[in-house]
Design a binder for this molecule. Structure first.
Ligand SMILES: Nc1ncnc2c1ncn2[C@@H]1O[C@H](COP(=O)(O)OP(=O)(O)OP(=O)(O)O)[C@@H](O)[C@H]1O
Ligand SMILES: [Mg+2]
Length: 167
């Protein structure tokens, strides 16, 4: 995934993690890469990957980066879970979404996703590919930075994780 974002060249970085701890650490690292933009934007982590590749583990790592004490659990049945956080004196809300059961753009709109997008908030979406067009519509002209993260099985405990990053 290459692209131009306000003149900045975006590249795909790839790493293999060997266990859950490394996946969580990588989530923290990717958050740190983008942290500066949180003041002006809502950071959206679009977590793509088959069942069991570690999307929820990655979201837990984001929770750690945001110093959230509450345990981040899979939002499968609730669709959206929210966790307030405070880092460096700034308050925000971390929303964890699971798009697995969502079928239509209208369903997302009905859930009020647009209202969650505010600078300082962080959103992690599992199964974002379920609503790619919807996201484009929802996020159009809103202050968002989308970080696409792709997780793949390599072997039992090894995951290949790719994400878009600045050069
Ligand atoms: N390197 C790794 N990174 C992340 N998880 C790993 C790794 N190695 C093994 N695992 C295991 O893989 C599983 C990942 O589960 P997780 O719930 O995060 O997947 P998921 O992508 O969210 O799945 P789902 O699509 O069902 O929501 C966990 O059981 C975890 O212990
Ligand atoms: Mg999950």
């Amino acid at each position: 995934m290459f692209g131009l974002d306000a003149g900045i060249i975006l590249i795909m970085k790839t790493i293999s993690t060997l266990n859950v701890r490394e996946t969580k650490k990588l989530a923290k690292r990717i958050f740190r890469e983008n942290k500066k933009e949180l003041a002006q934007k809502c950071l959206i982590f679009a977590l793509q990957g088959e069942l069991g590749t570690g999307k929820t583990q990655f979201a837990k790592g984001l929770g750690r980066a945001l110093r959230i004490k509450k345990i981040i659990v899979s939002p499968s049945f609730t669709l959206i879970r929210e966790y307030p956080f405070k880092i460096n004196g700034e308050k925000g809300i971390f929303y964890h979404l699971d798009a697995w059961r969502i079928e239509t753009p209208e369903e997302w709109l009905a859930l009020g996703v647009k209202g969650l997008i505010k600078p300082g908030n962080v959103i992690a979406i599992e199964w974002p590919e379920k609503g790619r067009e919807t996201w484009n519509k929802i996020f159009d002209r809103l202050p968002v930075k989308i970080i696409w993260v792709k997780l793949e099985h390599e072997d039992r405990d090894r995951r290949k994780i790719s994400w878009n990053s600045k050069k």
